[in-house]
Each structure stands twice: as structure tokens, then as C-alpha cells.
Design a protein around this ligand. Sequence first.
Ligand SMILES: [Zn+2]
Length: 67
Amino acid sequence: MAGKKVKCPVCEVIFEVETDMEVGDTISCSDCYAELKIVKLNPLQVEEAVSDFSDDDDEKEDSEDKW
Ligand SMILES: [Zn+2]
């Protein structure tokens, strides 16, 4: 029936997710469409799943010295 309610850490909207989720599953926020990874089931806790969408911090790959 009704899913579990969870709060999106990105936009802080509360939405329902399916109950048969497992830790490590990813869901999308119904509001901002952020990808959220389930980190805990009881109580249900999610965190933003960071994929290849890197933030502004400098990336190591490019920081090699070039001569
Ligand atoms: Zn959201």
C-alpha cells in the first residue's frame, strides 16, 4: 500500500518511496529528480547519490604536472 516517507536531502521535500527498497538502491526525488541512494532502512535514510556529476572542486585527474 502506502510507501515510506523520506525527505530529500537536496530540496527537502518529503515524498513516498516503495517499501521494498534495499540499502544501496537508488531512487529519484519526485520533486527535484535528484538521485538518492538508500543508506539505511529503519528509519529510512537517503543521501544524494553522486554519480559522474562532479562538483566544482578540482579533480585529481587533471592535476598532474605537465612539462
Ligand atoms: Zn528533491
